[in-house]
Structures are given as C-alpha cells and as structure tokens.
Design a binder for this molecule. Sequence first.
Ligand SMILES: [Zn+2]
Length: 278
Amino acid sequence: MRHPRTHVWKAVAASAVGCAALSGLRTAAGRPVRSAPTLAATGVGIAAGGLIAFEWLSPRSWLYGPVFWHAHTTERVVALTFDDGPCHPYTEQLLEVLDREGVRATFFQVGNNVRREPKLAAEVASQHAVGNHTLTHPHLVWSRPSTVREQLLRGQEAIHDATGALPSLFRVPHGWYGPQVISTAEELGMRCVGWSVMAWDWDCPPSDVIQRRILRGIDPGGVTLLHDGKDTDAFPMADRSHTVAAVPDIIWRLKANGYDFLTLPELMALEAHDRHPR
Ligand SMILES: [Zn+2]
C-alpha cells in the first residue's frame, strides 16, 4: 500500500497550477494585480510551487513520502554513511580505519562500481550495512517510474551477485527525490534514506574542513554523508583521500563527546523501539 503522503503532493501540485492560472486569468481579464483575490492566488501558487521544488531538492523529502534522515532519540548515537563506492583504494583505506576504531557504518553502493570491484564490495558487506544507490548514479527526479525501477532492480542485482546481500535501504543519487522514486523504492521493499549532515566532500575540500562541517552539524540520532567513491562515469578520476584522512578525527572527536556508532538499520530499529517502548 502506498504511503498516504504519496497522494498529498498531487493536491499541492494542483494548487500551484490552479492558483497560478487563476491569478493569470484575473490579470488578463483586467482585474487589478493588487486586488486581494489575485494577490492571494499568486501567494498560494508561489508557496505551493516553492514547496514542490523544495521537496524535489531535499534529501529529507516529506511531501512525496517517508525518507529516513535522522532518528528521534536523545541517545548519543550516530550513523556514518558512505556513498558511491566501492572505489579502490579509498574504500579499502576506509575499511581499515573503521576496523581499527571498531566502528560499523553503512555504504550505499553503485551497481556499476560493484560490478567493477566485486571482491571489495563483498568485503564491505561482510563488515558493514549496505544500501542500494542505483546502477549508474543518474538524476532520477524527472525519470519515469519504469526507469527508476530498472535502476533500482539492476543495482540490487549487482550488489546481490557480488555480496549475497539484498539491500533494504535506498539512497537516491544527488539526494533529489521525486514521488515516483519513493513509491517505486517502497514497492520493491526498500526504505528511502537521506542524511542530516554532509561535508560537500565531493569537491575535495581539505580534510580539516570536512571534519569541521561534520562535527558542527552532528547531533544525537544524526546521519552523516561522506563519499568513498564517485559516480561511475568519473572512474578512475575519483579522489577521496581528503575524506579518508578526515574520518579518524571525526570518529575520535565523536567518541570523546560520548557518541556511539550504529549502522542505519540499527539506528532505525532504535527509533522504532523508542517510539513504541515495550
Ligand atoms: Zn551518490
């Protein structure tokens, strides 16, 4: 069954179009632009259109359906997530850091990168949680449901072939969810995941900047976004050395502030337990 909010967005979109048309028709008919009904229709149209656009571009989409991006908890726990891998040699380096620190994380793998590095993908999955990040890392916000479905299914296939795992989590490339993305993921048994704090590390800022951005934005129940790879076309041009260099310090400082590290499925289970205590 579809989530009720996957229908609400249609009403918001209809309001945006209807109000824009109404204010246009009134103005064309010679009614004063500053008359109350025209101003009201314009205002509602702009607000509804703005909401539609914001929800497209937000990794925390609400209107188009549920996206998990932060746990409601006061416990000092966070989930570290890494996107776009596996990617040699950065994923191996990250695995070493996480292993040394006794931290389990969540990796959103791109199907074509998994096909390129199946052993590395399997190594990740043997120690950490793995999510689906499509087959080729496209922008899906304008895509037809059939294209979304194809990307998700072929991503699942690649991950399953390499690791034996079948992800139940999906993160859309670039963080832009459309309603068809969320409903298709749900139909395929996957929950959509965003993040609460990121470091713009795809631009390769210095590692101390990456560290500062993450630590400044983190709070209990937070989900971080960093990258151990790059989308499939860019391979082998990815440089994730700054991200890898930032992670040990991020972990140490969070540990010093009393934080524990959970995988995303663990963080989701904690929230579910907190909301429905036995
Ligand atoms: Zn990505």
